[in-house]
Design a binder for this molecule. Structure first.
Ligand code: BGC
Length: 364
């Protein structure tokens, strides 16, 4: 199913980027959803609960949801929860009390909104998990995201490719970083990357010098740069006295920059470092040859699909999904719409960002 889902997602992503809105004919209808049963009035309030501003994509999503929902005739109620989980719980509760007709949620902690989601169900409000899956609840109707496992696979492969380009023969000394354990995406990114890296660790081509190979050892609480930088400092002083570091798996750009700062601070040569999100500062570092790769997950296409789904729900129609069975949240399999992520290195940056004025300016 993954392959089918990916090919449909690719078509959808391309069409969304081209803003044609077509090419999605192959997508399967959602199975057994009752969220769309009744529809609601045009002009209704739509709640969008965003997490903390841990990366640029979330900040961009705020603007895109506000503008896109307004343009489509809704009344957006978009909120960040920089104060943490309890703030997000309160925001979601208030959105429900204030009568939003759809809830779009990018959770801080994927497993901590159970009570509020039960409240939403009770009120007949459909729930779309945005970018991050909502776990351990049956009260989530749809999931819209870039294919997280594929993001990890692309990162793992980029790490191998980058190190090979820098030094044609192994073995290579590496370190592994993962995202925040309360974000359901973090483990999926890591598992995707390890599906590529583990065989190379097993055959001796890759050496995790610190020995810290598990997700639990690699996590970065809260996706915070300072936590990654501190861990990298410790790894360097503990394991890289005279040993060369060739590569670091970083799950996103914010952490990649923290890792590079740590290595620079230790006065060591920069290793190959992966990333994700195509953040402005990281795209600059990629063009300077300091960060090796990032991932292009165009937030515009993601938000656009969610707004399309809101339109379907308003009309009482089932929204389009293209992956009915990959995302098990511990209680149910959540019907998903997955878009295809793209790896970006210095080699393809100009092409990858051709339709993004801000990023393409950096590649000239
Ligand atoms: C997103 C990533 C982002 C991370 C930190 C994840 O859930 O999928 O794109 O880098 O959160 O904000």
């Amino acid at each position: 199913m993954r392959k089918f889902a990916k090919s449909v997602a690719a078509i959808a992503a391309i069409s969304a980027l081209a803003l044609t809105g077509c090419g999605r004919e192959e997508a399967a209808p959602a199975e057994g959803g009752d969220a769309a049963a009744s529809g609601f009035e045009a002009g209704s309030a739509i709640g969008v609960a965003l997490p903390q501003k841990t990366s640029e994509n979330w900040v961009l999503a705020e603007t895109l949801f506000n503008d896109g929902l307004t343009e489509a005739g809704y009344e957006p109620n978009v909120q960040f929860a920089n104060g943490g989980v309890s703030e997000q719980q309160n925001q979601v509760s208030s959105m429900i009390t204030n009568g939003v007709k759809v809830l779009v949620i990018g959770a801080i902690d994927s497993a901590q909104l159970g009570t509020q989601l039960a409240q939403a169900k009770e009120a007949g409000i459909p729930v779309i998990a945005y970018d991050r899956l909502l776990t351990n609840t049956e009260n989530v109707d749809y999931y819209v995201a870039y294919d997280n496992f594929q993001v990890g696979e692309l990162q793992g492969q980029a790490l191998l490719d980058g190190m090979k380009a820098a030094k044609p023969e192994g073995p290579y000394n590496i370190e592994l970083f993962a995202g925040s354990p309360d974000d359901a995406n973090a483990k999926v990114f890591f598992d995707g990357a390890m599906s590529v890296l583990q065989p190379e660790i097993d055959n001796g081509n890759l050496i995790v010098t610190s020995g810290q190979e598990t997700f639990e050892q690699a996590v970065t609480q809260g996706w915070k740069a300072e936590n990654a930088q501190r861990r990298m400092d410790t790894l360097l002083s503990g394991s890289y006295g005279s040993t060369e570091l060739h590569g670091v798996l970083s799950p996103n750009d914010t952490l990649a920059r923290a890792i590079l700062t740590s290595v620079e601070g230790a006065g060591k040569p920069l290793p190959v470092v992966t990333g994700q999100d195509s953040e402005v500062e990281s795209v600059k570092l990629i063009m300077e040859g300091k960060q090796y790769s990032t991932i292009n997950k165009d937030t515009r296409a993601l938000v656009e699909h969610v707004i399309e789904m809101v339109g379907n729900l308003q009309a009482g129609e089932e929204p389009e999904i293209n992956d009915p069975d990959s995302y098990d949240n511990g209680v149910k399999t959540v019907p998903a719409y997955l878009l295809e992520p793209q790896i970006v290195t210095k080699d393809n940056a100009a092409e990858a960002y051709a339709n993004d004025p801000t990023l393409s300016a950096l590649t000239k």
